[in-house]
Design a protein around this ligand. Structure first.
Ligand code: PLP
Length: 389
């Protein structure tokens, strides 16, 4: 499809091209000095002592939970309104995801009250997701976790270099898990980062990332080590130098691009206010968001399918973030859903529509999207009414 306005459009240019050529010429293709430099700079940006690059946020979530000792018999609280990987990682550990609802129809993040309702005697950890790049209420969530002796993993896939009360998202919990998939605010094609403010977890995370081995190929190449032991059941979650080279370039621009996204979101909010009965979440929010997604809530009774079809006909790509995880077949079949505890997430899941958002988007394109949505929601409502009649 040749979209006039795509959902996302990664910023990639000559700097990235050169970075990749440099890696190929260096002949060192994985887990080398560029990966180490990417980790060092990412840790500095996030204000944490440890950042380990890996090949996805999914890997980061799996390693983070495993390093915290989550295993069979444990319950882990997760949002229902998230990408499936958040909950899958809990299941990889043999633990049970228990779904918590969003705080309100404006704040589409899980909050301390919903988390508390989802706690069981077996709860070991909480995974929070900073949905669309907006911060969860971390002070309240961390206070609850401390009271109940629980660990907290932050899924920061949507929120690199965002913050709350001057603390980076990903630096609040025990572990932070970032994604650099190609539609994210910064990309390495595929890639992720696991961060922790608990340095004692670093060694475990390092083992889990690379087969439980105690030394890296790079250490042996540099003559720092001759052999290795295998001390844990690890995985191959390593990052390549090609990915890290992209990450170094992208990291240098991400704050400025987040700000550009913020300006686009402000332009959207102004114009979307004119569309009757359309909801735009996070009207109030705290902290500095990363503005990853531009979700809206369609008016009750509108056919989302018709709206998406009309938008597609106008050359505009839209999406759905997200169908609630507990409603997926693989979760229902496993006896993990549908949950009766997440009614707001289910309502959002039925009506959410994600609009295009990327830093190079023009105000003219924002106006084009809003005009198409205004006409499509009227049409969509008419269609829904006809079906209902
Ligand atoms: C909230 C959330 N968590 C986790 C992931 C998984 O990221 P990755 O594709 O890097 O494994 C994504 C990716 O879309 C996501 O949006």
């Amino acid at each position: 499809m040749n979209w006039q306005v795509p959902l996302f459009d990664p910023d990639l240019g000559p700097e990235e091209e050169q970075a990749l050529v440099d890696v190929i010429r260096s002949k060192w293709l994985t887990m080398g000095d560029r990966t180490k430099e990417f980790e060092r700079r990412f840790a500095a940006e996030t204000g944490v002592p440890v950042a380990l690059a890996c090949n996805s946020a999914t890997a980061a979530l799996h390693m983070g939970l495993a390093a915290l000792g989550v295993g069979p018999g444990d319950d882990v609280v997760v949002p229902s309104l998230t990408f499936v990987a958040t909950a899958n990682a809990v299941r990889y550990c043999g633990a049970r995801p228990v779904f918590a609802d969003v705080a309100s129809m404006d704040e589409w993040n899980i909050g301390a009250a919903a988390i508390e309702r989802a706690l069981t005697p077996a709860t070991k950890a909480i995974v929070v997701v900073h949905y669309a790049g907006y911060a969860c209420d971390m002070p309240a969530i961390m206070a609850l976790a401390a009271r109940r002796g629980l660990t907290v993993v932050e899924d920061v896939a949507h929120a690199p270099c965002a913050s709350l009360d001057g603390v980076a998202l990903g630096a609040w919990g025990d572990v932070g898990c970032f994604s650099f998939f190609s539609n994210k605010n910064m990309t390495t094609a595929e890639g992720g980062m696991v961060t922790t403010r608990r340095p004692e977890l670093a060694e475990k995370l390092g083992w889990l990332r690379s087969h439980g081995m105690t030394t890296l190929t790079l250490d042996r190449h540099k003559g720092h080590a001759f052999g290795y032991d295998v001390v844990a059941l690890g995985y191959n979650y390593r990052m390549s130098e090609l990915n890290a080279a992209l990450g170094l370039v992208q990291l240098a621009h991400v704050r400025q691009r987040n700000a550009q996204r913020g300006a686009i979101v402000a332009a959207y909010r102004e114009r979307l206010a004119a569309i009757m009965n359309l909801g735009v979440p996070f009207a109030t929010h705290r902290g500095v968001p990363a503005f990853h997604l531009m979700p809206v809530l369609l008016p009750v009774g509108t056919s989302r399918f018709e709206v998406m079809t009309a938008m597609r006909e106008a050359g505009i790509q839209t999406s759905i973030h997200y169908r609630p995880v507990d409603t997926f077949t693989a979760y229902v079949d496993a006896g993990l859903g549908p949950s009766t505890q997440v009614p707001l997430s289910h309502d959002i899941g039925e009506r959410v529509l994600t609009l295009p958002l990327y830093p190079s988007m023009t105000i003219g394109q924002v106006e084009q999207v809003c005009a198409a949505l205004a006409s499509a929601t009227q049409h969509g409502r008419a269609v829904a009414t006809v079906h209902a009649a």
